[in-house]
Design a protein. Sequence first.
Length: 139
Amino acid sequence: MSVRGRRTQRGASAIELSIVAPFFLMLIFSLIQGSLWLYARNVALSAAREGASDARLFQPDEYTAGVDAGLKQQLVSYVATVGNNTLVDTKPEIDYNPGGSGRVTVTVTGHAIGLTPFDLEVRRSVEMEIEQFEPDLGQ
């Protein structure tokens, strides 16, 4: 093989790497972003489940605006503690409906933190039946 044949291959791997590396990095960032989004969904679902479990224990005459605000604040704190800032701009909603359906629905909405410029919204809801305590009539 001549010296001239060797020189034509010189630097080929650097060019190949410069072509392949952006796609490889994009794949890695997409996998990390997908994982963060899935974790944020799990945090939102867990917070909604905790909020619904707490709200369903209040009797209709005990559930006031102050209780509603306190439960929402607990949900925001829960997301911050458990999620470790993977779910930001958290907005909990509580639909306490004792008369109609007899159920409480808790929805947690937020945005997953991102490595990409895309805004990934997370919205998870949990619905549970409100506990109805009735006195024992001694039958």
